[in-house]
Write a protein that binds this ligand. Structure first.
Ligand SMILES: Cc1cc2nc3c(=O)[nH]c(=O)nc-3n(C[C@H](O)[C@H](O)[C@H](O)COP(=O)(O)OP(=O)(O)OC[C@H]3O[C@@H](n4cnc5c(N)ncnc54)[C@H](O)[C@@H]3O)c2cc1C
Length: 463
């Protein structure tokens, strides 16, 4: 691939932005470096300046100034993405949206909320708790809602409540020429025109910058209960998941940890789970509904050889269990503290999940790398975390080889190269494989909306 050519922000642009933002424009090396990388192994590419925006109008003014100088603009939420998403490959200005953290309005009667893009999922849920409401999409990290919309993120609750695709009702977006648009009304459904909302959900900042979102909310269920169960094999665990889905049981969360992940979370979170493939479940509903769901799931698990079906009915036990699951990435890293993680995710039709995970496990057992598998298995989605020594080319190329095999298998099974992490720079060539000529239509859209190619250039598709 050609090395990206930098389109450095000229002094006149920096001066213009300084006048606009004052102290909220930084050209400090440390600040730029911190905004030039995500949580992954991908190399840092620092922007020339970081603009800390506080309103939609300010984002629009920054984008207009950058467009005038044909300088790239990279949106930055919390920087927790995993495919090199925020690296400023061609330099330019990073717009940090974390100062845009106001909850604009909540409408309990309509079960929706409007937030600025920098609000994080935990901030929103803390705000909503007293009103008996919650927002369900929960990637492991406490990401910004703007970043989550931009990556079409999901998490442990997606099996019941869907992903950001379902959660976003409408977005306010600053286009590459600085124009401000709103993509839809607050109506729960609409047949009006092209679906602009879903053009921007998942665009990874390559078509525009989301400054506000209207999101669907849910009532906190009357009863919540969680359970953990170990299985003799990954296949038995996944078969349990398939049977549960096919039985139509509305499980709220259903997460798989392989033996290595269980060992890692046992050490990291001081748990004493059996070091075998394990499913974490959560049930939402009325007291009676939850009891019935749990009983049926327990019976299905027992048929597949499930053992030590353990309940976590108390809030603190449940929180401990899910915190351990959300920390699985850091727990895996702690197995080899000198290593970094190369983490990848694929998603396959649920009927092929056992095979996809089994083949990946077989690849790992024949490799010299340590790797852990965790999965939002109710959706057919799983992640592998390969532990690689920084700077060790042999580790990196082996992890990329195995990750490539995961993707090839997923595509051959009718799946996708990423269920939730997105494309960034890391999976651009797989997008071409997955979509074939349809990528040309994506390219046409990108060129029409961003003719100067200033919005997060070098990501998602090559133009
Ligand atoms: C430990 C760990 C666990 C994770 N688990 C999950 C998981 O379960 N599910 C999942 O989906 N992801 C997961 N992720 C990945 C990551 O948290 C998500 O991709 C998240 O949505 C990124 O949000 P962010 O605010 O950090 O975005 P950033 O990393 O700041 O940005 C991500 C991309 O979106 C663009 N962007 C950011 N904000 C905006 C905006 N307002 N408008 C337009 N574009 C924007 C950026 O330019 C970039 O391309 C995990 C990451 C970690 C480190």
């Amino acid at each position: 691939m050609d090395k990206p050519v930098r389109r450095t922000a000229p002094p006149e642009l920096i001066a213009e932005l300084k006048t606009l933002l004052g102290e909220r424009l930084s050209t400090s090396g440390a600040v730029c470096e911190q905004h030039g990388h995500d949580e992954s192994y991908h190399e840092t590419a620092s922007p020339d300046a970081v603009a800390f925006a506080q309103s939609t109008e300010e984002v629009s003014a920054i984008v207009k100034a950058c467009a005038k100088h044909r300088v790239p603009v990279v949106a930055f939420g919390t920087g927790t993405s995993l495919e090199g998403h925020v690296a400023a490959l061609e330099g330019g200005v990073c717009i940090d949206l974390m100062g845009m953290n106001k909850i604009v309005s909540v409408r309990p009667e309509d079960l929706d909320v409007t937030v600025q893009a920098g609000v994080t999922r935990k901030q929103l849920n803390e705000f909503l708790r007293d009103q008996g409401l919650f927002f369900p999409v929960d990637p492991g990290a406490d990401a910004s809602l703007g970043g989550m919309a931009a990556t079409r993120a999901s998490g442990t609750n997606a099996v019941r409540y869907g992903t950001m695709k379902e959660a976003v009702l409408s977005a306010t977006v600053v286009l590459p020429d600085g124009q401000i648009i709103t993509t839809a009304s607050r109506a729960k459904k609409s047949a009006a025109g092209y679906d602009l909302t879903h053009l921007f959900v998942g665009c990874e900042g390559t078509l525009g910058i989301i400054t506000e979102l209207t999101l669907r909310l849910y009532g906190i269920p009357e009863a919540i209960s969680a359970a953990v169960c170990s299985f003799p094999s990954v296949e038995a665990a996944v078969n349990t998941v398939i049977l549960i889905i096919q039985s139509g049981i509305p499980v709220a969360r259903m997460e798989l940890l392989d033996e290595t992940s269980v060992m890692a979370v046992n050490r990291f979170a001081k748990l004493d789970l059996l070091e075998k493939p394990t499913l974490f479940f959560e049930f939402h509903g009325s007291q009676q509904g939850v009891a019935e769901q749990a009983e049926t799931v327990g019976a299905i698990a027992a048929e597949e050889g499930g053992e030590r079906f353990t309940w976590a009915a108390k809030t603190e036990d449940r929180s401990k269990m899910w915190q351990a699951r959300h920390d699985a990435y850091y727990a895996a890293l702690a197995l080899k503290p000198s290593c970094k993680g190369l983490t990848t995710d694929v998603c396959v039709p649920i009927s092929r999940l056992a095979e996809a995970i089994g083949d990946t496990r077989a690849d790992i057992s024949q490799s010299f790398l340590t790797a852990a598998i965790v999965g939002h298995v109710g959706d057919g989605n799983f992640h592998t975390i390969f532990l690689i020594e920084p700077g060790n080319e042999k580790d990196l190329s082996e992890a990329k080889r195995l990750s490539g095999r995961m993707v090839e298998r997923a595509l051959a099974m009718g799946g996708t190269c990423t269920g939730e992490h997105g494309i960034g720079t890391g999976k651009m060539h797989y997008l071409e494989k997955e979509f074939g000529p349809a990528v040309d239509l994506m390219r046409t859209l990108k060129r029409a909306i961003d003719p100067l190619n200033i919005m997060n250039p070098g990501k998602v598709i090559r133009v």
